[in-house]
Design a protein around this ligand. Sequence first.
Ligand code: FAD
Length: 463
Amino acid sequence: MTNTKDHPTALPARVRTVVVGAGYAGLSAALSLHDDGIDTVILEGSERVGGRVCSERRSHGVVVDHGGQWVGPTQKHLLALAERFDCPTFPTYNTGEHIELWPDGVQRRYTGAGPDDGPGMPEYLAAADRIDELARTIDLDDPTATPDIEKWDSETVHSYFERTVANEDARRRLALAVQGVWSIEPRDLSLFHLLFYVASAGGFNQLMETEGCAQERRFRDGAQSTALAVAHHLGDRVHLNTAVRHIERTTDGVRIETSRGTILADTVVMALPPSATQRVTFAPPLPVSRTRWVERSPMGDVAKVHAVFDTPFWRADGLSGQATIYGARAVGVVFDNSPEDAGHGVLVCFVYGDRQRSWSALSDDDRRAAIIDTLVELFGDRAASPVDYTEKIWPQDRWARGGYAASPTPGTWFAHGHDGWRAPADRIHWAGSETASIWNGYIDGAISSGSRAAEEIRKQLSR
Ligand SMILES: Cc1cc2nc3c(=O)[nH]c(=O)nc-3n(C[C@H](O)[C@H](O)[C@H](O)COP(=O)(O)OP(=O)(O)OC[C@H]3O[C@@H](n4cnc5c(N)ncnc54)[C@H](O)[C@@H]3O)c2cc1C
């Protein structure tokens, strides 16, 4: 990698393709073009690669993943890339009983998807089946060709649940599921986007569950390890600390203005989330549908908090470390994020949606107290004294400005999806997990979006 503190360099004057953004999408696009011998550089605004995937080795030697971390068995693009670069995975700890905690303080322990006797469980499962049934009609390659798109994109998920799910506790379960998967509130989510996302993952359970599903495995050296290995392979083609500010299409190519000078290219891949694309200016302006798509695709509100303990003490109590928390407490979901050798115990807490906004406004001490109090309620007094504690509040991340991903607001797919989602604007191609047909919003989707953009470029350059 180049233009690091230890290795400052100038940009080349001209290349065939510039990739903007060194998250998994940009790295995948650049790798694919590089594999084919196409002269490519990546320009990355921050001082690291990985984007919304960010692993950190803490003082006790424990690696925490502040961003994306899990990989499931159907996420073939991520698994293949990790295998190519020799980055091993291991199963998420999923043994023992999970806990659910209700607003009135009642706790239930269970195994599987939820307690059979839990309030609203049968209605929740029936609603999930109905979602799967509707999702099966989504056209993943051209979502705007889905027959009922106008109707579904005109309704929020909140109003859909109000209309179709009579049981209030089932609606509570569904709301927490939405917050957990999209990191936004059901009132902000288009029913069409929910259905598209479910279809793109291969079903509602794929998004929710651990074994056989999206949360099945983790990376031994953190989920960023594969991104670092790809960047190492690409070497001096990866330029860090190089923020792209302006892109101008000329008669014979593209002029890219960065914080470190200008570079010319035949084609560009923009591998950024919509939040970051909005901060780049374009001349001539982008097609209106693309501009509107980007403006109307806000990021979610999520924070991840890790508490590290000497041991995963909850395991000895027959607990998996997984918990779901309904109501006003800051934490929505907890998982056991201990290292593979269980040399330390790690609990990761997700804070999202409205709860994230009120929690992140608290003082440092109050934020920590809110998290630890809930862990004590769930796992007992031993949870009161972690040996390490760390937070990452994604809406405050300078580059991503939120996570996990962007969700187009109601009406956006219908009005702007056909031309605005990912159709190239002449020499400008779009990648990023938000542009994926399969596992949209996930690392796997980011990787396949990069390969798709690379394929578009190969065709364009061969004309
Ligand atoms: C808390 C959290 C948990 C998640 N959990 C999971 C999970 O468990 N499994 C999973 O599969 N997915 C998960 N995700 C989602 C996943 O991380 C993302 O979908 C994926 O990493 C996005 O990759 P990307 O390359 O599309 O975008 P990004 O990773 O956002 O990459 C974009 C890159 O562009 C750079 N950039 C921005 N602006 C500019 C500019 N002007 N010039 C140059 N560079 C710029 C950014 O710095 C960044 O490096 C999670 C995300 C978050 C935030």
